[in-house]
Ligand binder design. Sequence first.
Ligand code: C2E
Ligand code: MG
Ligand code: MG
Ligand code: MG
Length: 285
Amino acid sequence: AAKAAGRDQLATFDQRMREQRLARARTVERLRGALDRDELLLHFQPLVRLADERYVGAEALLRWRPAGEAMVPPDAFIPEAEDSGLIVPIGSWVLHEACRVAAPWHRDNGAVVSVNASPRQLREPDFATQVLDALQRAQLPPQALILEITEGVLVGSGPVAEQAVRHLGALRERGVRVAVDDFGTGYSSLAYLRDLPIDHVKIDRSFMPGPGEPDPTARTLVKAIIDLATALGLGTIAEGVETAEQVALLRALGCERAQGFHFARPVPAAEAGELLARSHREARV
Ligand code: C2E
Ligand code: MG
Ligand code: MG
Ligand code: MG
């Protein structure tokens, strides 16, 4: 009986694997035409300077709205886009669109824009050229762009990591800034913080201390990350900030910038532009 049950379990497991593979293949098929059908759009989440709580920029976050359907969150299609290579044309669209949208924000309010770049994009031989092209077309100065990459991209000694390091080095020479996204969630050594072409670390939201109960361990970890980054001359951005207590803690620990629902959720471009303009006006009075 035990054997039969095991066989049944295996059969359902196989079945589930097959279904998952099919669902992923269907996602890729539908995503393939999404760019041409104008189903992709960007939302923007304000980036806050903690010293005075002004909005100093925004992160571009990709959204997919298939005709007549609900918005698909990026976690439900970026992995598929990455595996299939579709992230290359999509990522290029994101770069151009984010730079185009942010150009007036920068011109009028000095805002910066943050764009996520996936590992697959950094493997393209012309990635740096694509970025410079997007900036040029949008007339956005390189200093107004932050590229967000995950730590895995740069670590290791293979040709892939070397290519990525070259791209980012070239872009930084032109003034583009680089941030390590979801910092602290990877498994890499800390030595790369010293050696690699980066400017900021974005502290992953899993490090934000939970609500209510004082959490000394969480506090210790956040403090350690901020101290380390600061000692290495890197800027610090906290992500997933949801409460006033977290804001107070981050300020006390010397964190420079933050993003999170406490300040603002990701919103459509027009709304983000208004938020940035208003914050800029308030800063001047
Ligand atoms: P990320 O780059 O770490 O982006 C931050 C995510 O945290 C966003 O989710 C944002 O909506 C969410 N978030 C912001 N503040 C809070 C908060 O206070 N609490 C909580 N619980 N969540 C918060 P989103 O938009 O669903 O994006 C998820 C991930 O998808 C991003 O994580 C990024 O890795 C990826 N992604 C989004 N847009 C792009 C893109 O254009 N290209 C690439 N390659 N990846 C993208
Ligand atoms: Mg990001
Ligand atoms: Mg992040
Ligand atoms: Mg994150």
